[in-house]
Every structure is written in structure tokens, then in C-alpha cells.
Design a protein around this ligand. Structure first.
Ligand SMILES: [Zn+2]
Length: 189
């Protein structure tokens, strides 16, 4: 692993996201960064653990699929198909489910590539995530009818040389794309 793909310990989880105990409702919840809450009233301990998410770099021939986000966070930036892993799901099951929901097809040759931590801001709360990134192949070009309209504003199929990492939504996905492009340049399958 070289410096360019080492996770950056830059996410700030030092500010508590919650002030009240989720069990007894007392408003004097203690917080120990990065993710441990304890209630001074009922002694409940709550860990806001890392949520697992998955995404895929899907190719059609030499082109790479990127989806344009149609909602916050990162509205309008490019994203990988994927999403959060539901309770009881494997990463592979979640990935296929999300890809079917988002672009209406089942990917082929799905393989794990790399993972990076991320902070997903939603509703004023920063959720720690670990984004598991896979590679796979598309069966065909998506059509606008395939897209999950409430989440996706559009899609691009780009040659590797045309991908601008600064247009990709999250640091974790930018790093994963860099790993993918570096491997492609070195002809590593
Ligand atoms: Zn409590």
C-alpha cells in the first residue's frame, strides 16, 4: 500500500451528534470521541459504530459508469452505484440490490477492490462509514427509464483518461477510483 491510498485520519468525529439518551431521554448524555455516548442518568452506553456501505466501478468495454447524484449530500457530483448495507445483508447482496434499484440490471464479474472510510453527512449528523468498493461489468448501456429518478439525475460512461477525480462525490470513492485507474495503467486485472 502506498501513501496515495492510505486512509486519511481527517474525518472529524469530535463533536457529539446527539444530546439526549436514546433509552431514557435524559438530556445529559456524555460523549467520548469518536463514537461513544454514555448516559449519566441510566448508565446506558451507546456506540455509534461505523456503517458499512458498498459501491461499484462498473465497466462497459473500456468505459466506466458514473451516476450523477440527484439528492444531497453531494448533489450533482458523480457517484458509484451502491448504497448502505441493510441489517442481515452481505456486501455482495446489498451491491446487487442497489445496482438493480438504481440502474435496472444485474452486474457481472463482481469482485472486491478496496475499502476506505468516509463520513456521510445526512440530516445534520455525520455518520462514520466504511465504503467497500467492488468492480464489475455492465450487460448493456443504461437507459433513462432504468434510472432511479428520485436518487439519480443522470449517468456518464467515461473512458479512464476522461475521469476527473475532483468531480467524484466522496473522498473514499475518489481514492477507490484512483486505485482502480492506477491498476488499470499498470495492467493489473
Ligand atoms: Zn439514559
Amino acid at each position: 500500500m502506498n501513501d496515495s491510498i492510505r486512509p486519511e485520519p481527517s474525518h472529524d468525529f469530535s463533536t457529539p451528534a446527539f444530546s439526549h439518551c436514546p433509552r431514557c431521554g435524559h438530556g445529559n448524555l456524555g460523549f467520548r470521541p469518536p463514537n461513544h455516548y454514555s448516559c449519566r442518568f441510566c448508565n446506558f452506553h451507546f456506540y455509534m459504530n461505523t456503517a458499512a456501505a458498498c459501491g461499484a466501478i462498473l465497466t462497459l468495454g473500456s468505459r466506466i459508469l458514473l451516476l450523477r447524484r440527484g439528492k444531497e449530500p453531494a448533489l450533482g457530483l458523480l457517484d458509484f452505484p451502491g448504497g448502505f448495507i441493510d441489517p442481515g445483508e452481505s456486501a455482495e447482496e446489498a451491491l446487487v440490490r442497489e445496482i438493480c434499484e438504481e440502474i435496472g440490471q444485474v452486474p457481472k464479474d463482481v469482485r472486491f477492490l478496496v475499502s476506505f472510510p468516509n463520513k456521510y453527512e445526512y440530516g445534520g449528523v455525520g455518520y462514520p462509514t466504511c465504503d467497500l468498493v467492488f468492480t464489475g461489468r455492465l450487460c448493456r448501456e443504461p437507459t433513462s427509464e432504468d434510472l432511479q429518478a428520485e436518487e439519480i439525475a443522470g449517468w456518464e460512461l467515461l473512458e479512464a483518461g476522461d475521469i476527473d477525480l475532483s468531480t467524484i462525490a466522496f473522498p473514499s470513492l475518489r481514492k477507490a477510483m484512483k486505485v482502480y485507474l492506477d491498476r488499470l495503467a499498470l495492467n493489473i486485472p
